[in-house]
Design a protein around this ligand. Structure first.
Ligand SMILES: Cc1cc2nc3c(=O)[nH]c(=O)nc-3n(C[C@H](O)[C@H](O)[C@H](O)COP(=O)(O)OP(=O)(O)OC[C@H]3O[C@@H](n4cnc5c(N)ncnc54)[C@H](O)[C@@H]3O)c2cc1C
Length: 385
């Protein structure tokens, strides 16, 4: 494998670095202080200003075709952009559940009309998408979900409840899984619906996390009528009754390539090394080096994944191994930093906030216990019992 970047890719990197450096400084100056968390209402508003500036510059969704709001860049260039994004210290993407989870699924399963409506509005952060899968009694065992959509004249009647909907209280639209075949069980009879959250009968109730931010919501559907033409091209993504297969494509993106690119962890590892160099503590040296090597290894592994994907392969169940790797790496990077900082960890807020969020990594996108089960059965071919 040739690990060197071409001249054109280096030029792309320089262009991305220049734009991000200049615009990040302008955004921060405009705020007149440190940005608030994007998981608070006010902070979400601040981050939307940033997201819309990214879109104006053509950087909101670099690997998408230009006709739907992207930059027409290759997957390699997208990896370069992500490296530069996190290296510059740009903020977490509050549009990520749309751009990195739903969008790849819209490319794969959406009709041309759905694609040309949903994607440009998503890239421009005009429509803000949240993920409505989990329910009070359906988390790891998602196939036990109970929210229903009953077929009726000209649309669907929705009943049930979703929970843990990240930033749901600030979003405009939800992509959700609903049981559309009465009496169906488990993975059968589900459909993947696209729901405007201002549909009458839909109530979104935000609630706080342990860290105080209100980044979660519960979403209630009380006989809500979702018209077939609520969105151009229709509200069902993929075939009616095939929602499970469509959802599995989304999980491939969530656990695999798009949600957590190596750039994020390489930047954190770089900052850890810098912090260590300021105050070397030999007892932590091996762990710092090990974590840095694991971030580098993730970067190299991703080059391999992109090579395979560019050749037409699909991510598949291997994305579960990916997810265990990046989520455990994130916990370790932050834990080591807190040990290094000692009591200063309280003062150096970003490390302790980052550590709190890293703890959720082994839970969201499907818990790591479940990912290990999937890897054992579907990648290694081990028996279920
Ligand atoms: C930060 C964050 C953001 C999230 N955002 C969203 C979102 O936007 N939309 C959404 O729909 N959901 C979201 N979730 C919910 C997430 O998908 C669920 O928390 C997750 O699927 C686990 O479900 P649960 O919380 O019900 O735990 P449970 O399923 O009750 O699991 C509890 C424990 O039992 C273990 N366990 C369960 N079954 C097995 C098994 N078969 N084998 C071994 N161990 C098992 C689990 O690993 C876990 O440790 C988010 C969660 C977090 C933490």
């Amino acid at each position: 494998m040739d690990l060197t970047w071409s001249d054109a890719e280096e030029a792309f990197r320089a262009e991305a670095r220049g734009w991000l450096t200049e615009h990040l400084a302008a955004w921060r100056d405009g705020l007149g202080g440190e940005p608030l968390s994007g998981d608070t209402r006010e902070g979400f508003g601040q981050h939307l200003v940033w997201e819309r500036d990214l879109h104006t510059g053509g950087w909101a969704a670099v690997s998408w075709p230009t006709e739907v709001g992207g930059r027409g860049a290759s997957l390699w260039e997208w990896l370069i952009f992500e490296e530069e994004y996190y290296r510059a210290g740009c903020p977490p993407r509050v549009t990520q559940n749309g751009i990195f989870l739903l969008a790849p699924t819209v490319f794969e399963f959406g009709t041309p009309e759905q694609q040309s409506h949903v994607l440009p509005r998503m890239a421009a952060a005009d429509d803000l998408w949240c993920q409505g899968w989990s329910e009070p009694n359906a988390g790891s065992d998602l196939a036990s979900l109970a929210a229903r959509a009953e077929r009726t004249d000209g649309g669907w009647r929705l009943t049930g409840q979703k929970t843990w909907t990240t930033r749901g209280a600030f979003c405009t639209h939800l992509f959700g899984l609903f049981r559309t075949e009465p009496g169906s069980e488990r993975h059968r009879g589900l459909s993947y619906l696209l729901v405007p959250l201002d549909t009458p009968g839909v109530t979104v109730r935000g609630f706080g996390r342990l860290d105080g931010d209100e980044g979660f919501a519960e979403v209630f559907f009380e006989d809500a009528f979702l018209a077939d033409d609520a969105l151009p091209g229709g509200v069902v993504l993929g075939e009616v009754g095939q929602g499970w297969s469509v959802a599995m494509a989304t999980t491939g993106s969530e656990r695999g390539l798009t949600l957590r690119s190596p750039g994020r962890f390489l930047a954190t590892a770089g900052r850890l090394i810098e912090r260590y160099a300021q105050d070397p503590q030999p007892r932590l040296r091996e762990r710092v080096i090990d974590a840095w090597m694991r971030a580098e290894a993730y970067g190299l592994f991703t080059l391999d994944s992109v090579t395979r994907l560019s050749g037409g392969a699909a991510m598949g169940a291997e994305s579960s191994i990916n997810k265990v790797w990046w989520s455990e790496l994130d916990c370790d990077l932050h834990e080591i930093a807190l040990e290094l900082l000692g009591a200063d960890a309280e003062v150096e807020g970003p490390w302790s906030k980052g550590w709190q969020f890293s703890l959720s990594g082994p839970i969201y996108a499907g818990t790591n216990e479940i990912q290990r089960n999937i890897a054992a059965e579907r990648v290694l071919g081990l028996p279920r019992k």
